[in-house]
Design a protein around this ligand. Structure first.
Ligand SMILES: [Fe+2]
Ligand SMILES: [Fe+2]
Length: 376
């Protein structure tokens, strides 16, 4: 998917940085000064120009940029030094498609530019799409590296905050729509679980630190699948007992891969190893039961099962939300904790079906689990 690139062209580095910062949640941003040579300029969708019109540099520099873009006209937000008629006309002559007063807020300028670049989309949609584009590229790389044995955990961590921001902005359903369109099943599944986990933890009012941990865990929990032969992973029919054994190895394999890659986050390690454990001891790889399965693992397991049920899989079509919730409820209380399933359902409905007091109690349990009592 082509990334959305914009250029911030400025002769005031501080102001330029603020503009680039405001644009980063929705676009890849290249900051440039008047002497930039524009080497490696690709897929540019718009320009923010913050150049004094009193100097001839603005003219020269925008002329060079225009030649680099083969004269293709682009939306250009011009940050004026004054709003005098003469200057406005000059900016327009240089290609400005919108002019902003000198003290306009960076966010206002970015929003104005994107109203021209993508008038059909809201800023929330743009934010979710951009987070998804970044995460998609990163995870495609990460899983390729996973097949070779070692994954770049720092790069994965860079994707945590964009996903959290996308959810905070109310973008769960847009996120799920975008993710469902991805064709790599494992990447799609991890992004789906990450979005669901971020949304669920926001609903439970967990601290930002805990939410980061949950999203990190969700992103890497199935990394062991990169070691499973594709003919088993993508088999359209039921797996044989032997194939099932191979498939089930992904939990322990993922855990080993994370340790070998230097993962120290206990929650991510526990979730990766234990996200297929069930309260009645029927899960794998360690057959844990009851209290041996920590609260964070129980929560991620619910997100994981819901994601799997609502995805298209080679062996069956995606289920509706209602059907998936019915299955989750049917697994409680033997395999899953009913209160957690109901809290998850309420997070999807966004209807406050779980009271604030219940949420606080749940988040208290999770906080104490994260502080050092993770049992897995
Ligand atoms: Fe799994
Ligand atoms: Fe999974």
């Amino acid at each position: 998917m082509p990334l959305r690139n914009i250029v911030v062209l400025t002769d005031r580095p501080d102001r330029g940085r603020a503009l680039a910062e405001a644009a980063r949640p929705v676009a890849n941003c290249r900051m440039a000064g008047p002497t930039d040579d524009w080497i490696g300029l690709n897929h540019v969708r718009g320009v923010i120009a913050d150049l004094s019109l009193e100097r001839t540099e603005a003219q020269r520099c925008l002329g060079v940029l225009s030649r680099r873009l083969d004269g293709r006209p682009l939306p250009m937000a011009y940050v004026m030094r004054t709003m005098r008629d003469g200057e406005l006309k000059q900016a327009e002559k240089l290609g400005a498609t919108a002019c902003f007063p000198p003290h306009a807020l960076p966010r206002t300028i970015v929003t104005g530019l994107f109203r021209q670049i993508a008038p059909e989309k809201t800023m929330t949609e743009l934010l979710v799409e951009h987070s998804f584009d970044r995460a998609e590229l990163l995870f495609t790389d990460m899983f390729r590296a996973g097949r070779r044995g070692r994954i770049d955990l720092a790069a994965a961590d860079d994707e945590i905050d964009p996903i959290l921001h996308a959810m905070e902005d109310g973008g769960l359903w847009r996120w799920l729509d975008l993710v469902q369109a991805h064709d790599d099943m494992t990447v799609r599944h991890c992004l789906l679980v990450a979005g669901l986990a971020a949304h669920f933890m926001l609903h439970l009012r967990l601290s930002i630190g805990d939410r980061r941990s949950f999203v990190r865990a969700a992103l890497v929990h199935d990394v062991g699948k990169t070691k499973i032969p594709l003919e088993i992973l993508l088999k359209p029919g039921a797996l044989t007992a032997e194939e099932m054994k191979v498939m089930r190895a992904h939990a322990a394999l993922g855990h080993e891969m994370l340790l070998a890659s230097g993962m120290t986050d206990r929650l991510a390690l526990a979730v990766t190893r234990h996200h297929h454990e069930m309260l009645d001891g029927s899960g794998y790889p360690d057959g844990l039961s009851g209290a041996a399965i920590s609260d964070p693992v129980r929560l991620l397991t619910i997100c994981d099962i819901y994601a799997a049920l609502t995805e298209d899989r080679p062996y069956r079509a995606a289920m509706s939300q209602a059907k998936a919730l019915e299955i989750l409820r049917g697994m409680a209380p033997a395999k899953l904790e009913l209160a957690l399933v109901e809290a998850f359902a309420a997070s999807l409905a966004g209807d406050g079906a779980v009271s604030q007091a219940d949420n606080m109690a749940l988040s208290g349990r999770i906080n104490s689990a994260n502080r050092g009592t993770a049992r897995s």
